[in-house]
Ligand binder design. Structure first.
Ligand SMILES: Cc1cc2nc3c(=O)[nH]c(=O)nc-3n(C[C@H](O)[C@H](O)[C@H](O)COP(=O)(O)OP(=O)(O)OC[C@H]3O[C@@H](n4cnc5c(N)ncnc54)[C@H](O)[C@@H]3O)c2cc1C
Length: 110
């Protein structure tokens, strides 16, 4: 890969270098690439909105587009920090508690 031209935000993303591919014989492969969320999330969970980077779309309380499903941390923000993930977890826990007690609906409305 090499860095491509900057996009509208000024960020340069990696692009493949044509003809640089090669094959390696293996018995098994464990994928550990990049820092974006597991793509299975979007492919397997109907009604769970994700953005173009594959991150789960959630509001400040971790409320997602799928009723009763809450999310926070790197799966929402993309690669960030432990303290942000912990904060998101605390907020989501409070929102889940309100949801279970029936004082808020899964889509965040009261
Ligand atoms: C190399 C590296 C260095 C870092 N250094 C720092 C640092 O110095 N300071 C800092 O603040 N942050 C650092 N970070 C970032 C920090 O690790 C993350 O922001 C933080 O761990 C995010 O927490 P999280 O709970 O959102 O996700 P994670 O910690 O990634 O937890 C997600 C969990 O979900 C599990 N999981 C995934 N898919 C499934 C599934 N289908 N079913 C069940 N479980 C599943 C995973 O195994 C994992 O245990 C670093 C990250 C990396 C990669």
């Amino acid at each position: 890969m090499e860095l491509g031209e900057p996009d509208e935000s000024g960020r340069r993303s990696p692009v493949p270098v044509p003809g640089s591919e090669f094959e390696v014989e293996t018995d098994a492969v464990i994928m550990a690439l990049g820092t974006s969320p597991n793509p299975l999330i979007a492919r397997t969970t109907a009604g769970l909105e994700t953005n173009r980077r594959g991150c789960i779309v959630a509001d400040e309380d971790g409320v997602t587009s799928r009723p009763g499903v809450f999310a926070g941390g790197d799966a929402v923000t993309g690669a960030a920090t432990v303290i942000l993930a912990m904060g998101a977890g605390r907020k989501a826990a409070a929102a889940i508690d309100r949801y279970i007690r029936g004082t808020v609906s899964g889509d965040g409305t009261c």
